[in-house]
Design a protein around this ligand. Structure first.
Ligand code: 13P
Length: 255
């Protein structure tokens, strides 16, 4: 089963519209067409539409950083699927550890967001990852298994096949400390085995599992060489056009 590698940039809370468009225009030039890759950028909500215009006609797709489960209502500060689709999004990041850590996101709310995204034909990028304390306590496997099982609860095999999972160890996010390719591969492999049980062999072979946490131009090639690492969810390095371009063009030796 071949999986198209997916390289996604999570811009987090970075970028006024002006800054976002400038970055998107550069990316449209450098990675607007890269055969055999899928590329996604997830700017702040306010910049979705203008970034969408800047990448129109390229292969770069638009993603959002969160979505609420209700279609509308009194949910101050939240955003609905129809609003994201209207702004041009086809992907949405769900359950990022920063949302879990700082904004009370739970396994249950991750699951509700997932179902809303699937119903709206948005591709969910479901984030899972252990903290340093959990890794030190040898709880990594259990934590990831719980997050994957509850995150995907109630999804059919066909729905799971449309999901992307991002393994982002919390201790590697924004710290400059990347999981070694071996550490990441071990968790990715365990997730894929779990997907066999939750869905099927075929589905497990289809789901892209991304690695995230201090991904840079300097470490992407080694990460992508692992059999179960199908792409990356990139934070800081996705804000630098040259760096993200090199990440998307991993493997290709730049001359
Ligand atoms: P960094 O690449 O800045 O470590 O962030 C990773 C991340 O959280 C992507 O969602």
């Amino acid at each position: 089963m071949t999986r198209t590698p997916l390289l996604a940039g999570n811009w987090k809370m970075h970028g006024t519209r002006q800054e976002a468009v400038a970055l998107a225009q550069k990316l449209a030039e450098t990675i607007g067409r890269v055969p055999g890759r899928e590329v996604v950028v997830a700017p702040p909500f306010t910049a979705l539409e203008c970034v969408g215009r800047a990448i129109a006609g390229t292969q770069i797709r638009l993603g959002a950083q969160n979505v609420h489960w209700e279609p509308k209502g009194a949910y101050t500060g939240e955003i609905a699927t129809a609003m994201l689709s209207e702004a041009g999004c086809t992907y949405v990041i769900i359950g990022h550890s920063e949302r879990r850590q700082h904004f009370g996101e739970t396994d249950e709310t991750v699951n509700r967001r997932l179902h809303a995204a699937l119903a709206a034909e948005l591709v969910p990028i479901v984030c899972v990852g252990e903290t340093l304390a959990e890794r030190d306590a040898d709880a990594t496997a259990a934590v990831i298994e719980r997050q994957v099982a509850s995150g995907l609860a109630g999804a059919s095999s066909a729905q799971i096949a449309r999901c992307v999972i991002a393994y982002e160890p919390v201790w590697a996010i924004g710290t400059g400390v990347t999981a070694t390719p071996g550490q990441a591969q071990e968790v990715h492999h365990a997730i894929r085995r779990q997907l066999v049980g939750l869905a099927s062999d075929t589905t497990a072979g289809r789901v892209r599992i991304l690695y995230g946490g201090s991904v840079k131009a300097a470490n992407i090639d080694a990460l992508m060489a692992e059999p179960d690492i199908d792409g990356a969810l990139v934070g800081g390095a996705s804000l630098d056009a040259a760096e993200f371009t090199r990440i998307v063009r991993y493997e290709e030796k730049e001359g």
